[in-house]
Design a protein around this ligand. Structure first.
Ligand code: NAP
Length: 282
């Protein structure tokens, strides 16, 4: 029988542990979020992050910068936060306006405060199977789900659709580090269906509604749907044709309620981790 992976439940348990831990900390963790411009989706994400942080006892500051802010002013702001002892974690909400070089911005963040794990220092640590300061939020959230449901990736054939720096690439490396046999697919992959059919664990991180259909999955596979799309009625949905695929697989994440809640929960966990590292608490 198929098990629906409950990201809400798992994230709730992790969040409760975070709140308990923060309660006993002398210095509360502190997260600074920079948002440049007025992108409505980014504003919603930033508000959600602030709300969740506040609920958990994390000090959070949102720094709103104007759409026309120069790259230099943004880099100066990051430098200020890098040097501010009270700030443990820095997040720059992406995407940035086109005139700003995103790579330069990411590389400006002190890797010790890089709560998203986007800095090449931290990414390189993962690529060489070493520990970054913290792991990237969505990939780590996926691993927490697998762990909670006792799904051990070791020796499993994992197929990932998508190769973004935020999801596809880091989850591929993290699963490789856990001894899975990993294949990454993308828009230029030929015979996608043939490859996905071989997966014990299939991860879809594309951004295309119902890209993954029933005929693309092996019976009994584990399916993780990272996609966050809107269907023809404006309803939130993933990359997987959930109602048909779920009949065939052993585990599947729904959208909403699967990977989504794990991402924000991991962000909170990462903020706590960075604060503990900086305050030398085990
Ligand atoms: P992205 O940067 O747009 O990357 C999409 C990837 O999918 C690319 O590697 C692209 O290939 C590949 N792709 C596109 N069309 C394809 C096709 N027909 N067949 C195979 N591969 C195809 O997206 P992202 O940032 O990784 O996000 C992916 C999805 O996850 C989005 O819906 C996003 O909203 C969602 N997301 C959710 C969470 C969460 O917390 N739940 C977090 C992050 C992202 P190329 O590289 O060749 O272009």
């Amino acid at each position: 029988m198929t098990k629906i992976i409950d990201g809400k439940l798992v994230s709730q348990k992790i969040l409760e542990n975070i709140a308990d831990e923060i309660l006993f900390l002398e210095k509360k963790p502190s997260l600074a979020v920079i948002i440049v411009g007025e992108d409505p989706a980014s504003k919603i994400y930033v508000n959600l992050k602030k709300k969740k942080a506040t609920e958990l006892g994390i000090n959070s500051t949102v720094i709103e910068m104007h759409e026309t802010t120069t790259e230099e002013s943004l880099l100066n702001k990051i430098e200020e936060l890098n040097n501010d002892e009270k700030t443990n974690a820095i997040l720059v909400q992406l995407p940035l306006p086109k005139h700003i070089n995103t790579t330069a911005v990411i590389e400006k963040i002190n890797p010790k405060k890089d709560v998203d794990c986007f800095h090449p220092y931290n990414v390189g640590k993962i690529a060489t199977n070493n520990k970054p300061y913290v792991y990237p939020c969505t990939p780590k959230g996926i691993l927490s789900l697998l762990e909670y449901y006792d799904i051990n990736p070791e020796g499993k054939k994992v197929v990932i659709i998508g190769r973004s720096n935020i999801v596809g690439r880091p989850i591929a490396l993290m699963l490789l580090n856990k001894n899975a046999t990993v294949t990454i697919c993308h828009s230029k992959t030929k015979n996608l269906e043939e490859i996905t059919q071989t997966a014990d664990i299939l991860i879809a991180a594309v951004g295309k509604t119902k890209l993954v259909t029933e005929n693309m999955v092996k019976t009994g596979a584990v399916v993780i749907d990272v996609g966050m799309n809107r269907d023809e009625n404006g309803k939130l949905c993933g990359d997987v044709d959930f109602s048909n695929v779920k009949e065939k697989v052993s585990f599947i994440t729904p959208v909403p309620g699967g990977v989504g809640p794990m991402t924000i929960c991991t962000l909170m966990h990462n903020t706590l981790e960075l604060a503990k590292q900086q305050n030398a608490i085990n």
